[in-house]
Design a protein around this ligand. Structure first.
Ligand code: NAD
Ligand code: ZN
Ligand code: ZN
Length: 363
């Protein structure tokens, strides 16, 4: 057993508690990773704020990068010293979903979303780790299937953001929707996820990229990474009408990156009624439901969702390479770096709209 520092989710609507915990010896297929950087995603905040129910006395965090310290005897793909990304898209390789080649969903995805005990030991018991990872800790021990090798040239505090915000935003555009060159795109919500969708739309060659947020401070960064228009959402403002004014017939694709059923409705109304595609990326509070007039879809509009942008482990090295060769950049998106002890300040910054991505660093 080794000891490490971790931010423990003790109860909803309370700060995480930074404490020393133990980690069980790696099992046969496990890899012990020293975490160097972990990003704060809104999904973590939704759990902390009680919008999503989750086991207490658990470790949150699902964006992380670090160095392999030790491997279980059955691990062949990694060795101590490797730089790795922790990624919450399991691939059992055997279930009907994995075998289909059509999805990043695996039966183990559902398992990782539930209260499965991890190698963390909190209060003498195996604790749950968010999405099977739990990156708000100095070390984690996870199944080798949840790791992706990183180029040594990529800094950890940049790399960690690939695992959720980067993969989700870029994947929503490039993999889930497969936005084509010349298409028109609207992105609702310009956080870590939405701004990567903007960046993905630029990469895809979209002709108009309309970025929408309630926070006017997001305009500058959105334009700097590819947005051609910025619209400020506010109560009573008809964003769909403004988008129709820009595009004529509505956008080809709209991405909801907020986590609000009201915004999903706006996104739907903003698309072309004949061929528009809405991709729900945000995670709305548990229990919220969509009130959808089927007539909105009759002419051909489509609505769907995506989990981590449809990305699998094999897609992630490409994102890492794009970061190394400057095809994409997270520089303007990672606005704060804090030590683990200040992790609650990072969540305050997110709640108050003062940050884009905060990364906790461990040295
Ligand atoms: P974030 O808090 O960094 O960003 C959210 C943004 O939405 C902010 O800029 C905020 O100002 C803006 N916003 C709030 N209300 C708005 C409104 N009415 N109209 C337009 N913009 C509005 O969050 P994030 O980390 O980027 O995550 C975004 C969402 O994506 C969350 O719901 C998160 O849980 C979800 N998520 C989903 C997946 C997935 O696999 N589907 C993965 C990661 C995150
Ligand atoms: Zn996330
Ligand atoms: Zn599977």
């Amino acid at each position: 057993m080794i000891e490490t520092k971790a931010a423990i989710f003790r109860e909803p609507r309370a700060p995480l508690s930074v404490e020393t915990i133990a980690i069980a010896e790696p099992g046969d297929n496990d890899v012990l990773v020293e975490i160097k950087a972990a990003g704060l995603c809104h999904t973590d905040l939704s759990i902390i704020d009680g919008a999503w129910p989750w086991e207490t006395n658990s470790i949150l965090g699902h964006e992380g990068a670090g160095i392999v310290v030790a491997c279980g005897p059955a691990v062949k793909r990694f060795e101590p010293g490797d730089h790795v990304l922790l990624f919450s898209g399991p691939r059992c390789g055997r279930c009907g979903f994995c075998a289909s080649g059509r999805t990043n969903y695996c039966v183990d995805t559902a398992a990782n979303m539930g209260p499965v005990p991890s190698n963390f030991i909190v209060d003498g018991r195996r604790a749950t780790a968010l999405l099977g990872l739990g990156t708000f800790a100095g070390h984690v021990s996870v199944d080798a299937e949840l790791l992706v090798k990183l180029p040594q040239a990529l800094a950890f505090d940049i790399a960690c953001f690939i695992a959720c915000g980067g993969a989700t935003g870029l994947g929503a555009i490039l993999k889930a929707a497969r936005v084509e060159a010349g298409a028109t795109v609207a992105v609702f919500g310009l956080g870590g996820v939405g701004l990567n969708a903007v960046q993905g739309a630029r990469l895809a060659g979209a002709s108009q990229i309309i970025a929408v947020d309630t926070n006017p401070a997001k305009e500058e960064v959105a334009r700097s990474i590819g947005a051609t228009h910025f619209l400020r959402a506010a109560p009573g403002v008809d964003i769909a009408a403004q988008i129709a004014g820009i595009t004529g017939v509505g956008v080809d694709y709209a991405f909801e990156c907020v986590g609000s059923t009201a915004v999903i409705a706006q996104a739907l109304a903003s698309t072309s009624l004949a061929w528009g595609k809405v991709v729900i990326v945000g995670v709305a509070p548990a229990g919220d439901t969509l009130d959808l007039d089927p007539m909105l879809l009759v002419m051909g509009r489509q609505i769907s969702g995506t989990y981590i942008g449809g990305m699998t482990h094999s897609d992630l090295p490409q994102i890492a390479d794009w970061l190394v060769d400057d095809t994409i950049s997270f520089d303007a998106l990672i606005t704060h770096r804090l030590p683990l002890e200040a992790i609650n300040t990072g969540f305050d910054l997110m709640r108050n709209g003062q940050s884009i991505r905060t990364v906790v660093t461990f040295d």
